[in-house]
Design a protein around this ligand. Structure first.
Ligand SMILES: O=C(O)CCC(=O)C(=O)O
Length: 271
């Protein structure tokens, strides 16, 4: 018999509905963290990574972003198909899901920015954005908030107040305000911003309609995060995240629809 799929507790679901995110503690164990982190450092050193379809967006010496990761290493595939996380994402999407993207960021303090500058503000978001919005990317079903684009962001290093935890504008996931006006208003009063602090192995589950940002690091610690994005199966992957069909053929049949989106319009809803 299959075990009951994991669910958000009522408190976690309420947090998600009110604020647009919830931090899940101790999701990944130390083996998983080590395997995922070492795959990402191997990728960073691997000049041949493009042959496995990985894309790279360098943001300077101190910040590198990799994408389309599942073919690169089984530990990264395992994160995208994580049995603890997939049911929770399905719950807030409202049905079966497909993988839309995988990305990772390894970043440090930007040596070109004076620490005194970074100390002037409580939070230093580097670029607030969102990938969908209230109205066309969200819906209510049986009184619960749902989003058709949801991410899980795993912290693979401990992230304290100076270590660049993700910044969010809580509650923005349900607002129809123009994005720029929300960002401007929140930057004018930092009580409207929340910066995540988390131990390694914690996962931030959030709706992509939530305005969020990478945060400049003030400490000397390097941060490593791993991200997976999901949508219902009829939605396309983010450009650059196309997974090789030959690789999909090699996958166990139970995760093939998740990685490929093959269910398409035959969406198995939860309702
Ligand atoms: O770097 C972070 O903490 C946030 C990453 C992000 O903005 C995203 O996944 O869209």
């Amino acid at each position: 018999m299959n075990p009951e799929p994991m669910q958000l507790t009522p408190a976690q679901r309420l947090h998600f509905d009110i604020y647009g995110f919830v931090l899940l503690k101790d999701v990944l164990n130390s083996n998983e963290i080590d395997e995922m982190k070492s795959a990402l450092y191997r990728m960073k050193a691997d000049t041949d990574r493009e042959t496995k379809r990985v894309y790279t967006r360098p943001g300077g010496e101190h910040h590198v972003l990799f994408g389309n990761l599942v073919e690169y290493d089984p530990a990264l595939l395992a994160y995208a198909a994580h049995p603890k996380l997939v049911p929770l994402v399905e719950e807030v999407v409202g049905g079966a899901i497909r993988l839309e993207e995988t990305e990772a960021i390894i970043n440090r303090r930007n040596p070109e920015t004076a620490l005194s500058e970074l100390r002037k503000r409580r939070y230093n978001p580097t670029g607030f954005h969102r990938g969908t919005q209230q109205g066309w990317g969200t819906y209510m079903e049986q009184n619960k908030f749902h989003c058709i684009f949801v991410k899980t962001l795993a912290y693979l290093t401990d992230v304290g107040p100076d270590d660049g935890g993700t910044c969010v504008i809580p509650g923005s996931h349900r607002l129809t305000w123009p994005q720029n006006e929300m960002i401007e208003a929140a930057l004018a009063d930092d009580k409207l911003i929340y910066q995540v602090e988390a131990s390694a192995g914690s996962v931030l589950l959030f709706a992509e309609s939530l305005v969020h940002s990478t945060t400049a690091i003030r400490s000397d610690k390097e941060r490593v995060i791993l991200i997976a994005g999901y949508t219902p199966p009829m939605v396309r992957e983010w450009p650059g995240n196309e997974v090789n069909p030959e690789f999909i053929e090699t996958l166990p049949s139970d995760i093939r629809p998740l990685i490929s989106g093959s269910d398409s319009w035959h969406w198995k809803r939860r309702y």
